[in-house]
Design a protein around this ligand. Structure first.
Ligand code: FES
Length: 166
């Protein structure tokens, strides 16, 4: 019997895999971790829509889902901005001025790590190493790794990326 209480957040076919995981575990709350693993595997992260869907489907309080999602380091919560900038705070980048990058973003957009601008255009996160130590300080913007950044350059790249948004 299908005991789900909600349709998936989007029509993306990957939700079928998530549904299959829940079904396999009997849609019980014990399926929670397995289900979140599947969501992360197929989408790459957990966002609010996914967490709400899983909560409703497994009849688990949303707060419990958030607790699990933030407790285990292998789960990644994606902020909601249209663009995501991950500033690297690894040793190499830190020595080369990563903090100045964060300060510049705070000043220009008013957000700190883990936050999203009010217009939902930009989310900022920090990373432990984005794998570009040779071109520190580095940041990743929507998946592109940018290196040898100055605060002005980073702000310019973000302005460029967000300029074409509606
Ligand atoms: S420490 Fe920043 S890329 Fe490795």
């Amino acid at each position: 019997m299908n005991r789900q209480t909600k349709a998936p957040p989007t029509e993306d076919k990957r939700w079928r895999l998530v549904d299959a995981t829940m079904r396999r575990h009997g849609n019980r709350s014990a399926a929670l971790i397995e289900t979140l693993h599947t969501v992360q595997e197929v989408f790459g992260y957990l966002d609010e829509g996914a967490l709400r869907y899983v909560a409703a489907s497994l009849r688990v309080p949303l707060s419990k889902i958030y607790g699990v999602a933030t407790f285990y380091h292998f789960f990644t919560l994606k902020p909601q901005g249209r663009h995501t900038c991950a500033v690297c705070l690894g040793t190499a980048c830190y020595i080369k001025g990563a903090q100045a990058l964060l300060d510049a973003l705070k000043q220009r957009y008013g957000i700190a790590s883990g936050q999203t601008t009010d217009d939902q255009k930009l989310s900022l996160v920090t990373a432990r190493c984005v794998g570009a130590c040779g071109i520190a300080p580095a940041a990743s913007l929507d998946g592109d790794v940018l290196g040898k950044l100055t605060p002005d350059e980073l702000v310019n790249r973000i302005e460029e990326a967000t300029r074409h948004d509606a």
